[in-house]
Design a protein around this ligand. Sequence first.
Ligand code: TEU
Length: 541
Amino acid sequence: MKMKWWQTAVIYQVYPRSFQDSDGDGVGDLKGIIERLGYLEQLGITAIWLSPVYQSPNDDNGYDISDYQAIMTEFGTMDDMDELIKQAKVRNIKIIMDLVVNHTSDEHKWFIESSKSKDNPYRDYYVWRDPVNGEAPNSLRSTFSGSAWQYDEASGQYFLHLFSKRQPDLNWENEKVRQEVWDMMNFWLDKGVGGFRMDVIDLVGKIPDEEITGNGPKLHEYLQDMHRETFGKHDVLTVGETWGATPEIAKLYSDPKRNELSMVFQFEHVSLDQIEGREKWDLKPLQVSELKNILGKWQTALGNEGWNSLFWNNHDLPRIVSRWGNDSTYHAESAKMFAILLHLMKGTPYIYQGEEIGMTNYPVSDISEINDIESVNMYHERLANGYTKEEILASINVKGRDNARTPMQWDDTENSGFTTGIPWLHVNPNSREINVAANLENPNSIFFCYQKLIKLRKENPIVVWGDYELVTDVPEQVFMYLRRYEDQTWVVVANFGEEKVSLELPDFGQSDDVIISNYERSSVNFNQLALNPYEAFAVKV
Ligand code: TEU
């Protein structure tokens, strides 16, 4: 595989609404991101994945786009966007745009036209079907609760929406739709963006009449066309969000010989605490052994036919330190453990805003405190199905997306330096202690652990290119793996829990060459090794 810049890169995801407000309206904006580029440069990241900033009525906080070539009013202007691209480039930071083309907003001009009549030229830009026996065409369900079909009185037909009813699905079987997408992508590529994160791209090959949604028969044909017509002419990163991907499916997207994408986000590891066949809210305890096996499978299965993305967090997932770590007694230790464990694996790491300072979930006591449409719709659906409010709020507090969307915690002042106005979503009160300013004043902070890991990746080919091998003869809660490259071997060890644990692995001997650790540790004796709660380190052997 010929080396690409995104193979040595570390990507930082910005959720613009919650990153930095510059004009006091309580909503983050592009000027605010420009103000914070120096901080991101200090962290050492290579590129910013920018969640959608396009014109949107915000039914799904920007993932419902009404104009792909205009900037959301609250976020600023196209001049601000051009300035962000320019200022980021000055700092050698690329801007990766969020491409949301499975669906648009119902306020997009295409849908407004499409809805006017059955014979409107734009009708076939979307998926319209006649009722069947007076009902919805089939049993497809929306990810945001209820049927995926919305009845339209005016035309007596239903339209498809795999997400909210204000996010009608585009009809990708219509080549005019595909050409519109190519044109829009080239508009952004001509502006010098560094690539695209592709929202639910596995869904664009859907065959609704056969209730096929992910991985449809023409999906890869469309992606090869997209590559040829748009980003294939540029040296950019493309990462597909593919919830159903297995390694074999991932190779279809990211094998360089196929001229599709750079990599995909797979979600097997962050689905391990979900009961099989149930919804994201229906949980079971995480088995660390399953996590070791799943991540190990991905580390070794792609070979030269693809490239891994590495992440714990994003704007849809609860904060990992609250979800699987310990956000109280062992807050810093467990946050650093996740960082060390992930960032020394093979692939491109993604840091979600606030992860680098250990931001946590924010529990609520009433649904009125929740913004996210996915949680609100689920609340009403489960209430109608007999769940208690307490049960539903408990689920939202563990897995709800707002947990990741509370404003970035910059300092210990009111609203944590995010805004001088009234924040669009509550600021986590723990921002008094957990904030960027406090991290930058503490050389042992979570921030400097991330900064060091990013530096290790840039300076050590073993991190980017080394082979991966899971060490299996260890206790269940110990996640231990090797990275080997030329004559070097690094050993990464993590105690994935708060119980102390002892190891006896004489084959690994003793080493005084500790690369990074989340406790004070200057040497490692594998003959007799006692691990502290959530202890993690890497050592040369
Ligand atoms: O998410 C795809 C998606 O299915 C998620 O909504 C996921 O199922 C759920 O949130 C798990 O918590 C993408 C975007 O990342 C998400 O923010 C959008 O809401 C969604 O697509 C629609 O564009």
